[in-house]
Design a protein around this ligand. Structure first.
Ligand SMILES: Cc1ncc(COP(=O)(O)O)c(C=O)c1O
Length: 394
């Protein structure tokens, strides 16, 4: 059954223990700032998910669940249907979120003092996971040219070649910029990692929200050798707005890598899932394709809205047009502010809660990340608040 979604609908989220809305004062520093930071959307999640959770909630016993066999087949069907990658169901592992997977992989495949390669600016928990586990961040900074990011393959190769480099954490599509890596780029990165015997964690959590006709290519699908060297992470959480349920699926074709991950999950007791998460996961991956079909054009409209609003009203702030995701990376270099001044301008003066660009790595200092996964009217309100302050700059 198909459903019709109204993404213009404003849904009050305050008072729901929402990190984005209720914790904005404590975390961002200004309780009056409009929340456009944490990467969840302000859209209702799909009806089949709500129904699955409500049905489970209606049963009054919330004892220990187990990973039902459908998890494996549903995950394999999804990966094939949506990304064209044929996997064996037993390659999948049910996990409690992608960030815990990244931490677990660091623990399983590296030792304290080893280097873990990332390509900053990038989703900040990558660097936190590395440092929290006493490993060393090796950052092959992306090249920023002509308003877009490219991989610095020379620097990446140098870092992968280091005898201490054991793991590469790659974000595809890229958060914060929304860049979709093309087949040639993915092949190059994967070949380099193979050549230098570095295992890859490919975080493809944003794979479903492909804008403007872009297509997601799972890195591991390109070559059996890459598949054997890659842990691929997916989740319905971003796409369907269910991050609070904690449920994700990772794909590990290599049996010894899979066993090493399973061993570490077990050692950490990170194997017992939430009773509502799996019903939601199964509903998401079987009954909600129509939600994505409607979400994508809405988000494309939001991108166009930001782009034209900035061009008309704030030409010194430039949108790096995202190929994917509901996150936009704003180049604010022409404002001539340092990272603290920029954050103050957005968060305290304009009262728009964004993610500071430098939280994604020092390379992000001239940027801010804005979450446009919201009704157009909310987006307009945020942009108008910005314009009011921008106009004062003279
Ligand atoms: C690239 C990336 N990976 C992982 C996550 C979060 O993963 P989880 O909530 O499943 O731990 C996010 C959330 O924004 C993300 O952007």
């Amino acid at each position: 059954m198909s459903h019709s979604y109204n993404f213009d609908q404003i849904i009050e989220r305050r008072g729901t223990q929402s990190s984005k809305w209720d914790n904005v004062g404590a975390r961002v520093g200004n309780p009056d700032a409009l929340p456009m930071w944490v990467a969840d959307t302000d859209f209702t999640c799909p009806e089949p998910i709500v129904k699955a959770v409500q049905e489970r909630a209606a049963h009054p016993i919330y004892g220990y669940p187990y990973v039902v066999p459908e998890f494996y087949t549903v995950t394999a069907d999804w990966v094939k249907r949506r990304y064209g990658w044929e996997i064996r169901p037993e390659w999948a592992i049910y996990t409690l979120g992608v960030v815990p997977v990244i931490n677990t992989a660091i623990q399983a495949f590296t030792d304290p003092g080893d280097e873990v390669v990332i390509l900053p600016p990038v989703y900040h928990p990558f660097a936190h996971a590395i440092r929290d586990n006493d490993r060393v961040v090796s950052g092959a900074a992306l090249i920023y040219e002509d308003g877009r990011f490219d991989v610095d393959f020379e620097d990446l190769e140098k870092r992968l070649a280091s005898p201490k480099a054991k793991l590469l954490i790659f974000c595809s599509p890229h958060n914060p910029s929304g860049r979709v890596w093309n087949e040639e780029e993915l092949r190059k990165v994967a070949e380099m990692a193979l050549k230098h015997n570095v295992l890859v964690v490919c975080d493809e959590i944003h794979a479903d929200v492909m804008l403007f006709g872009h297509k997601h290519i799972p890195m591991a699908s390109l070559d059996e050798r890459f598949a054997q060297n890659t842990i691929t992470c997916y989740a319905p959480s971003k796409t369907f707005n269910i991050a609070g349920l904690r449920g994700s699926g990772i794909i590990i074709p290599n049996e010894s890598v899979r066993k090493a991950m399973q061993k570490r999950f077990t050692a950490n007791r990170a194997i017992q899932q939430n009773v509502f998460a799996l019903p939601a996961y199964l509903a998401a991956y079987t009954e909600c394709d129509d939600y994505i079909d409607q979400l994508i054009p809405y988000l494309e409209g939001n991108v166009e809205f930001i782009d034209s609003f900035l061009r008309e009203n704030m030409p010194k702030i430039k949108l790096m047009k995202p190929d994917a995701t509901f996150l936009a990376w704003l180049d604010c270099s022409e404002l001539g502010m340092d990272a603290d001044e920029l954050a103050d301008f957005f968060i305290n003066k304009a009262k728009v809660a964004v993610n500071r660009g430098d939280s994604f790595g020092k390379e992000g200092a001239i940027f801010e990340r804005i979450n446009f996964g919201c009704p157009r009217s909310t987006l307009e309100e945020g942009l108008k608040r910005l314009k009011a302050e921008y106009d004062k700059l003279g």
